[in-house]
Structure formats: structure tokens, C-alpha cells
Design a protein around this ligand. Sequence first.
Ligand code: ADP
Ligand code: MG
Length: 280
Amino acid sequence: MTRLLDIQNVSLAFRQRTGLFSPPNLIPAVRSASLHVDAGEVVAVVGESGSGKSTLAKMVLRLLTPDTGTIAIDGKPAQSLGPREFARLVQPVFQDPYSSINPKRTLAEIIQTPLKIAGGVSARECEERARDLFERVGLPMRLFHSYPNQISGGQRQRVAIARALILRPKLLVCDEPTSALDVSVQAQILELFNELKQDFGLTYLFISHNLAVVERIADRIAVMYRGEIVEQGATDAFFAAPTHPYSKMLLSSVLPPIPGRPLPTVSRVFELNTPRGSQP
Ligand code: ADP
Ligand code: MG
């Protein structure tokens, strides 16, 4: 089995300036996180807003550089890969396709851009591959020369997915790719991710705050809490018996609340599960 992504002890703190002469505040966004994804796997990272999921994804995508730790992609240190080599291995799908695709370009142009930049393919083949993908992600061909503002949010996410696939990458890093969509559209896009995984032999690092979403797509789940990965395991095992108190809370919050009883909070769960006197 190929280890496509290997994240080891990665940390990153943001520096926040408080004043001209005072030292910057350090916000530890990711703390010594280790996680791997083997070829063909779907590994989900879950956790509440602010837990460090996007920061971790951005480090994998080389949009941020870790303070410490290592990230290897397909067996090579991520920072040693040239931009073209990297683009052929790893592609992103973000939450909001509208901000990640250029509104002034037609859908046809948007999808072809990565391939044009990578080069080595004729204009004709470039367009052919874009047309094939356009259909494959479920977009009607009559929209091929439309602009992003002429299509729906779900369709825009399909465009972003087609663009991510045109270089035939091995790994997709998806950061909340369905979170901005209506529930029914969410289900369709998730189904598309599942189909494409089979058809293209893809591997996903799939970030979501939504456990109902990850249950439908992930083989394994990693739970982030305050910048740390506090639990990892097979999806079935996780849903059957989460071990970390925060995971239990996450899971209990997807179940319908009991009338008359307050929803659990992080601090309450820690109170219930941590021995007196010790810090969570
Ligand atoms: P998530 O994706 O799980 O919601 P993020 O990775 O976006 O979490 O954020 C983790 C922490 O880092 C949060 O406390 C957030 O406020 C902080 N953070 C994220 N991006 C920046 C930034 N560019 N500058 C300063 N702090 C940031
Ligand atoms: Mg995020």
C-alpha cells in the first residue's frame, strides 16, 4: 500500500500583533499533528470551527509552511516537489467555489487552466479533456461556455471539482466542499465524490465539521480539537464507540437533543470525563 500523504508532528502558530512595540501573540492553530492517508483511502478530519482543520489542509496544499514537523507526499518531502509535480499530485476543492474560481472566465476556460499552465498538451486535447470532465461531473454541455454567475452553487462546485481533476491528481484535499450547499445538493455532491473516487482511483483528505457528511464518505476519521488530533480510527468504530470525550460530544450533538435537557458543552463533557484536578 502506498502512503500518499504522511503528516508527522506538524505544528503552526499564527503571530498576531497586539501593538507596535509589544511582542506578537502566538495562536497555536495546529499542535503536533500526525496523520497519514494511504492510496485509495478517504480520511476525514472533523472538529468544530477554529480547531485547526483548514490550517492543516493549507499546510498540505503548501499555502502555509509548518513551523515544525514534516509533510511527505507520495514518499517525497512536500517542499521538495516542483510546482508542476505538486499540481499533478495534489489538488484542492474549497468550500466556496465562487471565491476559488475566476468569475471573468468561462467554465471551459476555468477547467482548462491548470492543464494549460502545466503544458505539454495541445489546445485541442485540452478542450477535449475539459469536455469529458464537464460531462463526467454532471454538468450539461450547453453550459460549457457560460460564466460562473450564470450557474447554481452546486454546479459551481462541480466546475471546481472538474478543474481539480484535469491534471489527474492522486490526492484531493477537500476543505468543507459541501458546507456552503443546500442539504439536497450536498448529498448529490457527496455522491459525485464517491463515484469519482472509484472512476479516477482518487484518494481524499476530506475536511468537514459535519459528521453526517463524513459518515457517508470516510474510511477513517481524525478528530481535531484545539489544534490537536485527539482521536483517529475507522469510521465504523468511531461511530460505534468514540473514545475521546470531545468525540463523544461531537457525536452526541448530531443526535436529536432530548427535550428539556441542555445540550452538552465541551467543558461539561470534560468535567464528566476528566479526573478532578487534571487539566483537559
Ligand atoms: P477550522 O478550519 O477548524 O475552523 P482554522 O484552521 O481556520 O480552523 O483556524 C485555527 C485557528 O487559527 C483559529 O483560532 C483561527 O482563529 C486561527 N487562524 C486561522 N487563520 C489565521 C490567520 N490567517 N491569522 C491568525 N489566526 C488565524
Ligand atoms: Mg476551516
